[in-house]
Write a protein that binds this ligand. Structure first.
Ligand SMILES: Nc1nc2c(ncn2[C@@H]2O[C@H](COP(=O)(O)OP(=O)(O)OP(=O)(O)O)[C@@H](O)[C@H]2O)c(=O)[nH]1
Ligand SMILES: [Mg+2]
Ligand SMILES: [Zn+2]
Length: 388
């Protein structure tokens, strides 16, 4: 047993919400109806009626502001998928459970702007009795995250796509869709910001025949060809894998990079993320884009992020392609720290708060002019700077 954790009482505003949810299936609805009754009788929670619309509840929390672990009644697990109100949780023995999140916890998490997400380590209670023997449960507590890969969603709020992964595999393709190195730069920033190690995967190398590849705007601007892109990233110290999921190229290196890690696989729709995972572990049979779906423009083949165990060790999270990965909570002044090649120069700028855009005596700009920093990377920095 670990050290005894200090606890305190927390009052949580608890909104009344009795409408049936269409997205949840029957047992969820049944459970919701029972939840208030269960919670009212639980010793750690007390309910005080406060009119029709809202009331408060007192719960015991520890220093993480989370309900105290009850090892007698709860078991630990990892969230593999979230679909509406349902979280799919793998118990430590690998058994899958369908869980809802206890309402008071959901309220806490929403207040902290961190709803349960894929990769979260949780504690859940067994509610199988209430469901004719199906393994269903209720998430009672979420452990603090070690890392989080987040983006800014359409409502300009943080959306954590995956928690607790230790690396991000940023997948781009040489063609179909065409190579967009700027996206790679963006994924690197998001990974470093969230505490993940970036790995770069350049897929569909089989299409890298002379004229199958067309230059991207970024490349035209800086006069670089597709073949020049990878050496720049390699020189920065990033692991670059060159693969073909259909021809089997580079798969051993990819397997070695993923083994015993928890890796998020991110990249535009259609670059071949799911096809790559299937090539590494054929039994998974993840859906991939087929010719008949080719015409459905803008449609993603993978629609929900999902955590998948790998037989050779480790986990991957397949994610739906995101067209523009909008950075979340990166401050303009913080951005330079995520461009590793800028770091030796930033202290040599004349102004200590130099943003390396048009300031006088900027050492970063001088380094770009001397060719010591890739002009393409520098344009990427400017583009991201305008956004954040
Ligand atoms: N030529 C070639 N085609 C590939 C390769 N990898 C994947 N594809 C094809 O690219 C298309 C898209 O692959 P998916 O695996 O569905 O792409 P995805 O990145 O998972 O896409 P979303 O799930 O929509 O985000 C499919 O038709 C694949 O067969 C490759 O290495 N070479
Ligand atoms: Mg996919
Ligand atoms: Zn500068």
């Amino acid at each position: 047993m670990g050290k005894k954790r200090s606890t305190r009482k927390l009052r949580v505003n608890f909104r009344q919400n009795r409408q049936a949810r269409r997205r949840s299936d029957d047992w969820t609805r049944q459970y919701r109806a029972d939840e208030d009754r269960l919670a009212d009788s639980a010793s750690s929670e007390s309910v005080r009626a406060k009119g029709e619309l809202s009331r408060k509840r007192t719960i015991i929390v520890d220093e993480d502001d989370q309900p105290r672990v009850d090892e007698a009644l709860w078991q630990p697990g990892t969230v593999t998928k979230v679909h509406g109100l349902i979280c799919y949780v793998n118990a430590e023995n690998g058994r899958p459970w369908e869980c809802t999140v206890r309402r008071v916890l959901r309220t806490l998490l929403i207040q902290g702007r961190a709803p349960v997400t894929v990769g979260d380590r949780v504690w859940f209670s067994d509610q199988t009795k209430a469901s004719d023997g199906r393994p269903v449960g209720v998430v009672e507590r979420v452990e603090p995250r070690t890392t989080s890969l987040s983006r800014r969603d359409r409502r300009k709020r943080e959306q954590t796509i995956v928690a607790n992964a230790d690396q991000l595999l940023a997948v781009v393709s040489f063609a179909q869709p065409k190579l967009r190195p700027h996206l790679v730069d963006r994924y690197i920033v998001a990974a470093l910001k969230g505490g993940l190690d970036p790995i770069l995967c350049f897929n569909k190398v089989d299409l890298l025949a002379a004229d199958a590849v067309t230059a991207d705007d970024d490349q035209r601007q800086s006069g670089l060809s597709v073949r020049d892109v990878i050496p720049v990233f390699r020189a920065l110290g990033y692991c670059c894998l060159v693969t073909s999921a259909v021809a089997g190229t580079g798969l051993d290196d990819l397997r070695a990079a993923l083994k015993d890690h928890m890796t998020v696989i991110a990249g535009q729709s259609g670059v071949g993320k799911s096809t790559l995972i299937n090539a590494l572990q054929p039994g998974l049979n993840l859906p991939t884009r087929t010719v008949s779906r080719e015409s459905e423009k803008g449609r993603h083949t993978t629609s929900l992020a999902e955590l998948l165990p790998l037989d050779f060790g480790g986990y991957v999270v397949d994610t739906p392609g995101i067209r523009a990965f909008d950075l979340w909570s990166v401050e303009p002044g913080e951005l330079e720290a995520y461009f590793v090649e800028f770091i030796p120069y930033v202290q040599k700028c004349r102004f200590h708060d130099c943003m390396h855009r048009n300031e006088e005596d900027c050492a970063v700009i001088a380094a770009v002019e001397r060719g010591e920093i890739s002009a393409r990377r520098y344009y990427s920095y400017l583009k991201m700077f305008e956004e954040v």
